[in-house]
Design a protein around this ligand. Structure first.
Ligand code: SF4
Length: 149
């Protein structure tokens, strides 16, 4: 992380455009994996993962994504696209989507045989409920629009 979470929150508390830009353009907001450890331990119950989620959306909307975070964004999009299309994660489709978005065509290719052998890389979609997933995505879009996001 280029800034600790506490620094990000302090920068936001200043309510200065320059500091807001630093936060939205930071690498740190893309490093959170949403594990919820911080909020479960925070004595003030600061919902940092939710705040970071909001900041990532703002960063995307304002075109301020940190250059080092572009691969993360590409993975995020490939992952969600797979869920939206198949109703469940389709591993090979996600990998292909990520590689086409990033151009990292051979990255980690040596791991594929072992993953295939262990059944960790499905070659065909797993038969999720695509209609239910589409309804969830549609509802999320509607909620975001209602909230003016
Ligand atoms: S949820 Fe909190 S502890 Fe987990 S990665 Fe995100 S900021 Fe870190």
């Amino acid at each position: 992380m280029d800034h600790a979470p506490s620094e990000l929150l302090r920068m936001l508390q200043l309510e200065l455009p320059e500091q807001e830009g630093r936060v939205l353009g930071s690498q740190a907001i893309w490093m959170c994996i949403g594990c919820q450890t911080c909020i479960s331990r925070c004595p003030k119950e600061v919902d940092l993962p939710r705040a970071l989620d909001f900041l990532r959306r703002e960063s995307l909307e304002q075109g301020r994504v940190h250059p080092d975070a572009r691969d993360i964004v590409a993975f995020h999009r490939a992952f969600l696209s797979s869920i939206a299309r198949h109703g469940r994660l389709f591993e090979l489709g996600t990998v292909v989507g990520y590689k086409l978005r990033t151009g990292h065509l051979l990255q980690d290719a040596a791991l594929a045989p072992a993953m295939l052998a262990k059944g960790k890389l499905g070659l065909v979609p797993h038969g999720g409920d695509a209609q239910a997933a589409a309804a969830i995505f549609e509802r999320a879009r509607a909620v975001a629009e209602e909230a003016g996001e």
